[in-house]
Ligand binder design. Structure first.
Ligand code: MRU
Length: 349
């Protein structure tokens, strides 16, 4: 099993260590956390990002909270712990993995009595490990759809940095590369945070997988030139009808794919499915600060007086998705009926 040479999320035994993704690829700096409130801030500020990764991080933050409050709040630890959980849940609104992981931690808490730390840590470690295993299963299944000699365009960062390890869409790329199916891997830069240029390129090169970056606005031309047969992305949430909520720009890639006959694959674990919402229009799309577009590294780049619209995610209609790859199987042309059949397989422990 191919393993990453770095661990973006580490439980040290008493604290949580996160690789600061804002500083990659220039610097590999870890920040140590002992309080859940600080972890909520780190999720909001993109120290850690990517749907499964923020869920796993929040799960460990619940352990930190229990550790702190059971030792300092003399018997009345439940209230501050629940406040911490609320704060973590509010850190970023779009990825369902965050609330999914927190709800799972709360269910474990409700069964754990007055000394919950060991049980919560056990649950967080399970969430982490299950995600890695799901990624490897998705990797194999997604790679099996790809023909030898094909090339892919991936988007944002969906690798070990964005998950428990290995990756969703990037897991598929890794698996397909490992069996020599891929000729070329393209990655979109992913404005404004440059997850593609900074993080995906860094990860792929660590695995000796050559990567060619394109600007986000070069994607349709790349397809017109028949340079890729696939676009492979992850998801932050998949609605019951198969609508995919993912990094802003995914929708325009899917539209361009359909026009050019390029296949669109979305790799997402069951923890990313939100069967409680009927379609993507019901999802809160995170709006991020204008400064992320108007400035670069603290320096104004846009003309003074310009404003910016900065949604972090968009909604790709299910009709534009050719394959939804989960650890429980591949759904071709996803729709409500096919997704409903997956419901029992979701982990609810
Ligand atoms: O804003 P980010 O970097 O957290 O957005 C991440 C994405 O959109 C990923 O594609 C998504 O989380 C799914 S893959 C792990």
């Amino acid at each position: 099993m191919m393993k990453s040479s770095f661990q973006a999320i580490n439980w040290t035994g008493t604290s949580l260590e996160l690789l600061d993704q804002r500083r990659l690829p220039q610097e590999e700096v870890y920040i140590d956390f002992t309080e859940a409130g600080a972890v909520a801030g780190a999720i909001r500020d993109m120290v850690v990002r990517g749907a499964p990764a923020i869920g796993i991080t929040a799960a460990y933050a619940v352990v930190l909270s229990a550790q702190q409050h059971t030792t300092t709040s003399s018997g009345n630890w439940r209230e501050p712990l629940l406040l911490d959980i609320q704060q973590l849940a509010a850190a970023r609104p779009t990825a369902v993995n965050l609330v999914w992981a927190l709800e799972r931690m709360q269910r474990r808490l409700s069964r754990s009595g007055d000394t919950p730390v060991a049980a919560l840590l056990d649950e967080a470690k399970h969430i982490h490990q299950e995600d890695i295993e799901a990624n490897h299963r998705m990797g194999e299944q997604g790679a099996s759809l790809i023909n030898e000699g094909e090339s892919v365009l991936t988007y944002c960062n969906t690798g070990s940095l964005a998950t428990g390890g290995y990756g969703t869409a990037l897991g598929v790329v890794r698996s397909a590369w490992a069996v020599h199916k891929l000729v070329r891997v393209f990655a979109g830069e992913t404005r404004p945070w440059l997850q593609g240029a900074r993080l995906t390129a860094w990860e792929l090169l660590q695995d000796n997988i050559p990567v060619t970056l394109i600007t986000d606005n070069a994607a349709a031309f790349l397809m017109q030139k028949k340079q890729v047969q696939w676009v492979i992305t992850g998801a932050d949430r998949v609605a019951a009808n198969g609508d995919v909520i993912n990094k802003i720009g995914t929708y325009q890639l899917a539209v361009a794919c359909r026009y050019h006959g390029v296949k669109m694959m979305v790799a997402a674990p069951l923890s990313t499915l939100d069967l409680e919402i009927s379609d993507g229009s019901q999802v809160t799309i995170e709006q991020r600060p204008e400064a992320e577009i108007l400035e670069q590294a603290g320096q104004r780049i846009a003309a003074r007086g310009a404003t910016a619209w900065n949604p972090a995610f968009d909604v790709t209609p299910a009709a534009l998705v050719d394959y939804l790859v989960t650890e429980a199987g591949v759904i071709a042309a996803p729709d409500t009926a096919k997704l409903a059949a997956f419901q029992p397989a979701r982990s609810t422990s």
